[in-house]
Ligand binder design. Structure first.
Ligand code: CA
Length: 243
């Protein structure tokens, strides 16, 4: 029998937690409900879930703090996280994504939408990435060992940024629109806004450190990864454009 995907639900409001759990159970998932961060951490340490639904406002540590911790830990850095939030403010969404969430959903939400987003994230996670190794300039990505190195130094990188970088490296020196990237990297982007791409590109640049300038923003078009780092010759580039 196929193993049911384990979904850890971190939600302190019992009625919402129960509603989510019932719906997950009826739709082929195995939900585990906890009410605070400490219990969530114990659960994650015991059995790694396939996905985490994480409420923003929790007693004790906030959802954003937990998401940040889990993204930093080797054990949990690839587990998809959906943030549940009562906040619909654009800046709060970005904060949630910045904290390491892969997606967010604003309360009140329909259970159908929540299920669709969970399925989309799990699909995205299913490794259709070929376990190959790609190199561009001094940047190397090994999908088999999940390592990215620049000048032989290993970089810390989140799961979505890893997939994004993999795609950009396989299709380097070409400009990709946000919508192409959503198609190719996210796969199912029914609920994902193009802005999300910008947030992940920003995170990817932060992860890349010294290699950040290899990702170029092409105005009005999208993004390009290039072996020719443009850092330091911006002026030169501009004068060429002007000529
Ligand atoms: Ca709450």
């Amino acid at each position: 029998m196929r193993k049911l995907p384990r979904v850890l639900v971190v939600e302190d409001e019992p009625s919402i937690a129960e509603l989510i759990a019932v719906n997950l159970r009826h739709n082929g998932f195995s939900p585990i409900v906890v009410f605070d961060g400490a219990a969530a951490q114990r659960e994650v340490d015991a059995v790694l879930p396939d996905l985490i639904l994480l409420d923003w406002m929790l007693p004790g540590e906030s959802g954003a703090t937990l998401a940040r911790q889990w993204r930093k830990s080797d054990r949990t850095k690839t587990v998809p996280i959906i943030m549940l939030t009562a906040r619909s403010d654009e800046s709060d969404k970005v904060q949630g994504l910045d904290a390491g969430a892969d997606d967010y959903i604003t309360k009140p939400f329909s259970t159908q939408e929540l299920l669709a987003r969970i399925r989309a994230l799990l699909r995205r996670r299913t490794p259709e990435i070929v376990k190959d190794s790609v190199q561009l300039g001094e940047l190397t990505l090994d999908a088999g060992t999940y390592r990215v190195t620049f000048r032989a130094k290993e970089l810390k990188i989140g799961p979505t940024e890893f997939k994004l970088l993999h795609y950009l490296m396989k299709h380097a020196e070409r400009v990709h629109t946000r919508s192409t990237l959503l198609d190719k990297v996210w796969g199912d982007h029914v609920f994902i806004e193009e802005r999300t791409v910008d947030v992940h590109v920003k995170r990817l640049r932060e992860s890349l450190g010294d290699a950040a300038s290899m990702i170029e923003t092409v105005r009005g078009a999208g993004y390009r990864l290039t072996a020719q780092s443009s850092a330091g010759n911006t002026e030169q580039g501009q004068s060429i454009n002007a000529a």
